[in-house]
Design a protein around this ligand. Sequence first.
Ligand SMILES: *Cc1c(COP(=O)(O)O)cnc(C)c1O
Length: 517
Amino acid sequence: MTHSTDLRGRGEAVEGGDAIETVLGHRGLQLEEALIFEQDSAGSSGVDLPTAPEAPDRLGTFRRQGRIGLPGLSEPEVVRHYTRLSQKNYAIDMGLYPLGSCTMKHNPRLNEAVVRLPGLAGAHPMQPVETVQGALALIDELAHWLKELTGMPAVAMSPAAGAHGELCGMMCIRAALDARGDSKRRRVLVPESAHGTNPATAAQCGFTVDPIPANAKGRVDLAAFRAKLGDDVAALMLTNPNTCGLFEPDIIAIGSDLHEAGGYFYCDGANFNALVGRVRPGDLGIDCMHINLHKTFSTPHGGGGPGAGPVVLSQALAPHAPLPWVVHSGDGFALVEHEGDAGDAKPFGRLKGFHGQMGMFVRALAYMLSHGKDGLRQVAEDAVLNANYVLAGLEDVMTVSFDGPCMHEVLFDDRFLKGSGVSTLDFAKAMIDEGYHPMTMYFPLVVHGAMLVEPTETESKAGLDAFIEVMRSLAARAKAGDADSFISAPRLTPRRRLDETAAARKPVLRWREEAAE
Ligand SMILES: *Cc1c(COP(=O)(O)O)cnc(C)c1O
């Protein structure tokens, strides 16, 4: 099958409202690309395989009848296909990626050089421990840095992402409650502004989720929180700074009241970029916190992975950390892999095959060592400064949701668009035509039409100025009544506005001949 004609024209460029059609759907040097299955030509292959020798057939009726169904392409066709697709993708290496709550910072190339060192890149998790002493030392050193930076006594390294870290932390809490025979505590308090993974994790671990409202300042309503405490509360899951980009000033009181009531304090550490090197979460009274290495410590993410979400644990929860962990003795490093070798500890089990995301560990440690303690502190300071620079540059034309300075991200809502006919979604789509990946939209849920902007510390002043100029001009255009141009955006992308609801609710994940008709 060749290039299906119905793909053409959907990405037409627009000039003064007129569509520009090109013969093959190419736009400048951005080439229209058919699915790899549509490019299939039977018999094409990137390799010359010798004809397989005849062998006796022992499969009987299980023998495959038709073609295996993989597309046949030559090597240059494959290379071009994936290179063209990659050009349609947006990446932190191309420009500002202001997704709030995601900390899309530059990934230093030094990290990439270190992780490709043959001794690290070629290590296999099933090698005998004597042959991977360096890799275990690296995990141990990274664990040390995480404990130092958070002021916590223990860390579980194996969780593979933030959400997986939450699962780990909540399973530790559940195990600690079970160990003290406290089967009544099944309620988990979660602020309304929380990331969706928090309530999902609590529910997954068999707890019921009890939301705590935010106050007018975008923080936990302390009185409402206190009213919710009781002898059935297992834990509080709190994000600090919270997902409105605001520090929770009552966090110490919250922690001590919670402890007094017998609950554990889970802190969602996804926003640690605002605090690293300046505040040790352990000093705030928390019992556990996941750390998204792929956010705070610059390991590449987006597009679904990879990630790493180690969880720091208090003295109370540490005995329940999952297997395995690294230990150090006179004979070097070893791994505790089995409950029988765990001494007094009572691990809740195992969370993941092997020891964690080694590639992310290497990159995160390279980032920490190259920054040093003072450099990491500056990361937090610059991240907060940059977000406040964006806030100051836009507060007179957009509506900032909560008064006062922000931490590492700034939250706007759609009040400034009122009456313009332009929604948060339309505004975000118009940003794409201007060369900017949209900010996080409609999250957190505590304000209407949220727009959460997190520039990170790696943007220069010139880069932020350009972003501010674009946002100001879009805001002015929206207010001037040019709703049509927003509603038809994006106009310059390979595809125009998609029906995202249908794509999410009824995803077509499989290519079929009929679908390409
Ligand atoms: C990113 C994020 C998570 C989840 O982390 P993943 O690594 O994506 O699983 C949880 N909470 C908050 C506040 C986040 O920003």
